[in-house]
Design a protein around this ligand. Structure first.
Ligand code: NAD
Length: 368
C-alpha cells in the first residue's frame, strides 16, 4: 500500500523533539463532536506515574501546543524529582479558548482518555481548569488529583504553592543578604491571582514591602485593599526598585529585554519556565550577580499537595515536604557556587541524579 504524504502542516521532526526532550510517550486525544483536541505528554515514569495538570489554552498552532506539553511535562519530572516525591512528569494540554465554559460531557470525555492510560498519567488542574472541572473528570477516572475537598480531594493547591515560593524567597534572602526575616525587604510580585494572592499575604505578614502588578484590576485591588500592597503598572514591574522579583503570572518573563531592566538581586516566583532560554538567560543572571531560585524547585508546593491526595499524607507530612524547599534552595545555591554553574544547572543536576540512581537500582533489581 502506498501512503501518500500528507499536505497537513505539523512539526516534521516529532521524534527528534521527543528524543531531545527525552519523552517516553505522547498521546493525541480527539473527539470531533465535543470539539476536544488535546495532547498528553508523559515524560519520565522512573520515579512513579506521570503527574501534571491539564491546561486549556488557545494555541497559535498545533506545534505550539505540542512544544508546550513537552516542555511542561519535562518540567514536572524534575519538579517531583527534586522535591523527593515518587512521581514522574506528565502534562495535558487542550487546544481551545479557556474563557468558554465547558460542560460535564466534555470533561467526562477527557476523563475517559486519562482512564485509558491506566494510571501512567494522573491529571490535575492547571491554567484554565479547576477543582470543579476535576469533579467531572473523577466520574470517569480514578487517576485524578486536585479534587474538591468535599469530594475527598486536597482542594486548591495554590496556598501550598505560595508557601513553597515564600520559603524559596526566604532562603534566597538568607543567601544573598544573610538575613533570617523579610522585614523591610522589597518584593515585586507580578500576577496576584491564585498563588500571587497567598504569597502577598505571607510576605506582608512578615513585614516585607510588596509591589504588585496584575492585568486584572479586580485582582490588583484585592491585594491593595487587604494587604496594603503598592500597585504598579503591569509594564513597569521589571523596572521597580525591589530586592526580589517574584514572577507569578506567566513563563519566559526573564528574557533578553527584561534582564537589562531588572534592578533586583533575587528572582524567585511561582511561574513555570521563567527563563526564556534556560542556558543563556541562566548564565546571564549569574554574570549579572542576580540570584535565581529555580522555579521548578520552589513552586513544587502544588504537586506536593497532589501527592498528599494520592497517598493520604497527613497535613504534617505534607508541610514537612514543602518546608524542605528552604534547605534545598540553599543546597542548590551552595552547589552552584562550588561547581561554578548556574543555579538552574545545579538544581537540574540534583533532580537528574535522583532519577539516574533510581534507574540504576531498578536495572540492578530486575537483572537479579
Ligand atoms: P492565576 O491565573 O490564578 O493567576 C495569574 C495572574 O497573573 C492573574 O491574576 C492574571 O491576571 C495575572 N497576569 C497575567 N498576565 C499578566 C501580566 N502580563 N502582568 C501581570 N499580571 C498578569 O494563576 P496561578 O494559579 O496563580 O498561577 C500563577 C503561575 O504559577 C502560573 O504560571 C502557573 O503555571 C504557576 N504555578 C501555579 C501553581 C498553582 O498551584 N496554582 C503551581 C505551580 C506553578
Amino acid at each position: 500500500m502506498v501512503v501518500e504524504s500528507s499536505t497537513h502542516k505539523f512539526p516534521s521532526h516529532v521524534f527528534n523533539m521527543l528524543e531531545t526532550m527525552e519523552h517516553e510517550q505522547v498521546v493525541f486525544i480527539h473527539d470531533a463532536e465535543l470539539g476536544l483536541r488535546g495532547i498528553i505528554g508523559i515524560h519520565d515514569t522512573t520515579l512513579g506515574p506521570a503527574l501534571g495538570g491539564c491546561r486549556i489554552w488557545q494555541y497559535a498552532s498545533e506545534s505550539d501546543a505540542l512544544w508546550d506539553v513537552l516542555r511542561l511535562s519535562r518540567g514536572m519530572t524534575y519538579k517531583s524529582s527534586i522535591s523527593g516525591i515518587n512521581l514522574g512528569g506528565g502534562k495535558a494540554v487542550i487546544m481551545a479558548n479557556p474563557d468558554i465554559r465547558r460542560d460535564e460531557k466534555f470533561w467526562r470525555r477527557y476523563g475517559q482518555f486519562v482512564e485509558g492510560l491506566n494510571g501512567r498519567y494522573i491529571t490535575a488542574e492547571d491554567v484554565g481548569t479547576s477543582t470543579e472541572v476535576m469533579r467531572h473528570v473523577m466520574k470517569e477516572t480514578k487517576y485524578v488529583t486536585g479534587k474538591p475537598v468535599e469530594a475527598g480531594g486536597a482542594g486548591d493547591p495554590s496556598p501550598f504553592t505560595a508557601y513553597g515560593v515564600y520559603l524559596g524567597i526566604k532562603a534566597s534572602v538568607k543567601h544573598a543578604y544573610g538575613r533570617d526575616t523579610l522585614g523591610g525587604v522589597k518584593v515585586a510580585v507580578q500576577g496576584v491571582g491564585h498563588v500571587g494572592y497567598y504569597l502577598v499575604e505571607r510576605l506582608t505578614r512578615e513585614g516585607a514591602r510588596v509591589f504588585a502588578a496584575d492585568i486584572k484590576p479586580q485582582h490588583l485591588d484585592r491585594v491593595v485593599k487587604e494587604f496594603n500592597a503598592i500597585p504598579v503598572d503591569a509594564d513597569e514591574i521589571y523596572d521597580t526598585d525591589a530586592d526580589v522579583y517574584a514572577p507569578c503570572a506567566l513563563g519566559a518573563t526573564v528574557n533578553d529585554d527584561t534582564i537589562q531592566r531588572l534592578k533586583c538581586q533575587i528572582i524567585a516566583g511561582a511561574a513555570n519556565n521563567q527563563l526564556a532560554d534556560e542556558n543563556r538567560h541562566g548564565q546571564w543572571l549569574k554574570e549579572k550577580g542576580i540570584l535565581y531560585a529555580p522555579d521548578f524547585l520552589i513552586n513544587a508546593g502544588g504537586v506536593i499537595n497532589c501527592y498528599r491526595e494520592l497517598h493520604q499524607l497527613t497535613e504534617n507530612e505534607t508541610m514537612q515536604l514543602i518546608e524542605a524547599i528552604y534547605d534545598r534552595t540553599l543546597q542548590v545555591y551552595h552547589l552552584a557556587a562550588e561547581q561554578n554553574v548556574t543555579t538552574h544547572e545545579a538544581a537540574m543536576h540534583i533532580a537528574r541524579e535522583r532519577i539516574r540512581k533510581a534507574k540504576a537500582t531498578h536495572q540492578n533489581t530486575t537483572s537479579l
